[in-house]
Design a protein around this ligand. Structure first.
Ligand code: GDP
Length: 194
């Protein structure tokens, strides 16, 4: 789907910097270190592509990639440990305006580390998506790090947390960027979005 046709377009810091809404877009969100860059790189088949969004200074930007007919949007990892309050507030305002106002945004993939399950900040972003009426789907990352019962428990807990979010897809997508699990499935899901 994406291989060889994905490129970094721009980092957006304000609503007026968004590219023209001339195609549909999907968005990836998740806490820092959840494995978001690794997943985007695995999906696009381009190592290092999403690293841009992790470099200092890029962490409060909405990062746009072109991927075939789509925009793929990388939201910075939330939970800025040391950011000053005005920076956090500016970012939250941009995020809200983006999620509420972007007509072409079709789905947000919320990444959750299979080992840790949904944390309070994940719940916050999911509530924001509910209120913006943006459909989202949870992607469990690093499933290779858990097996058997531990994985099952984590999935059960996450599914239970989704019940109270009306904008959530009930099905979880299980992925490992390291082993390749779920990558084809996720590509197919993205390809099916219109
Ligand atoms: P980001 O901050 O969300 O972009 O996270 P990264 O993609 O940089 O990944 C954070 C850490 O988790 C890195 O050390 C990765 O090597 C590791 N990681 C990412 N995906 C996986 C995975 O599927 N399996 C395992 N075992 N480790 C992973």
């Amino acid at each position: 789907l994406f291989a060889g046709e994905t490129d970094f377009l721009k980092g957006v810091v304000a609503m007026d910097g968004l590219p023209p809404a001339d195609r549909i877009e999907v968005c990836f969100a998740g806490r820092s270190n959840v494995g978001k860059s690794s997943l985007i790189n695995a999906l696009t088949g381009r190592k290092g592509l999403a690293r841009a969004s992790n470099t200092p200074g890029r962490t409060q930007e909405i990062n746009y990639f072109t991927a075939g007919d789509l925009y793929v949007v990388d939201l910075p990892g939330y939970g800025f440990a040391n950011a000053p309050l005005p920076v956090v507030e500016k970012w939250q305002r941009l995020l809200k305006n983006y999620l509420r106002g972007r007509q072409t945004l079709r789905r947000v993939f919320v990444l959750i580390d299979a080992r840790h399950g949904a944390k309070a900040v994940d719940d916050e972003i999911m509530s924001l998506l509910d209120s913006a009426a943006v459909t989202f789907q949870v992607v469990m990352t690093k499933v290779d790090k858990l097996r058997g019962d531990a994985l099952q428990q984590s999935l059960d807990k996450t599914r239970a947390a989704l019940v109270k979010h009306p904008a959530a897809f009930p099905e979880l997508i299980l992925t490992s960027s390291e082993k390749g699990d779920g990558i084809e499935t996720l590509r197919a899901i993205i390809a099916g979005i219109d």
